[in-house]
Write a protein that binds this ligand. Sequence first.
Ligand SMILES: Cc1cc2nc3c(=O)[nH]c(=O)nc-3n(C[C@H](O)[C@H](O)[C@H](O)COP(=O)(O)OP(=O)(O)OC[C@H]3O[C@@H](n4cnc5c(N)ncnc54)[C@H](O)[C@@H]3O)c2cc1C
Length: 407
Amino acid sequence: MNTIVIVGSSLAGLRAAETLRQEKFDGRIVMIGAEDRAPYDRPPLSKKVLSGEWDADRVTLRKPDDLATLNLEWKLGSPAVDLNTSERTVTLASGETIAFDGLIIATGGIVKRLPNQPTWRGVHTLRSLDDSLALREELADGRRVVVIGAGFIGLEVAATARGRGCEVTVLEGLEAPMIRGLGAEMGRNAALVHEDNGVGLRFGVRVSGLVEGEPGVVAGVALETGEVVPADVVLVGIGVAPSTDWLTTSGLTIRDGVVCDRTLNAGVRGVYAAGDVCRWHNDLYDREMRVEHWTTASEQGAAAARNLLAVARGEEPKPFVDVPFFWSDQFTARIQFVGRSEGGENATIVVGSPEERQFVALYEREGRLVAALGVSRPRQLMPFRKLIGERATMEQAMELVRSFVAT
Ligand SMILES: Cc1cc2nc3c(=O)[nH]c(=O)nc-3n(C[C@H](O)[C@H](O)[C@H](O)COP(=O)(O)OP(=O)(O)OC[C@H]3O[C@@H](n4cnc5c(N)ncnc54)[C@H](O)[C@@H]3O)c2cc1C
């Protein structure tokens, strides 16, 4: 194993590179990144960078000196456009072709857009640092911001924009906020803080398009009913698709992500995937999943690197077994979620209450604890991550709850 190529120079890719060095791989590591920036962190882009509390340079994931010790060969600003698995080469948009012995695919996600989404002033999506800085420029006192999509990113932007004095309306097609992550009832409970802070939340509304005011400037969002919601700024927050376009002719199986086995191998010797782009078989839930959370991307980057080296050394690779975890900050609420809700579980509040804007809810399926939600209860939530990993029953989970009450 002489050359390992990592495509995607962000969280999962960086963690993979660091792990290769920690595991004593001293060959060539080539880091390919579409963005012309050193690896940076995305969660602050909808929070402290967007609010203006942080300067852009605070989001770098590692200091230049720490990156230098990794001895990586950087190829930034030119995306990979092709993977040839028989020749074992990656080709960049610049035309350069790089041969590899091992490959880690960590190309993350790209934001979804509205059909025929115009490029008018005032219309935004949010994935990159540049996106965040461009949106930040537009958030000023009294401006009317319309967020399309009440998922986590949309609601974080809503909270941050409101904090900057904007008038904010959120439009959601489904009947509740954060429904895919939390389910309808808990989504509603977790989003009460938006009503407290004067964000207008509208559910079951279908957007038909954007409305132009002055030429090239957005003036509103049109609904299927014919109503127009006036807007100076529109954030389209309708989700993320895995960044797999460059793999179309690679022969890898692509199905809403790069399909991998339980060890994150993509079906070709020495080729692994990690992070938002990776769809793998998670033994804990006995099913395939793709997760768009910071912690999973970080842990998968490290696991993919370890398994790549293990197989090259003739050792057994380890399954990547994950209890997904994410957090979201909206106004004063810190929302944390461990495990996985597919919809259809029974979710019960066991500590606190929505009225107090602080609670813990447990999600149960067939007697087993599958997920837990905490709103502004960080210390009480995290022990459930371990329990879920141990396939705990609801009875065992309730014992933990009783121990909170006792102390
Ligand atoms: C605004 C925002 C806020 C978030 N907040 C939270 C949060 O509070 N909590 C949480 O758990 N998670 C949060 N997330 C999600 C978290 O940041 C992601 O799960 C994480 O960034 C995934 O890391 P990744 O390395 O897999 O992918 P990414 O971070 O998307 O990085 C992939 C990299 O690959 C590059 N790339 C793509 N295609 C190519 C190509 N063909 N060639 C070369 N390079 C390519 C991209 O430019 C990018 O730099 C947030 C995400 C965003 C955008």
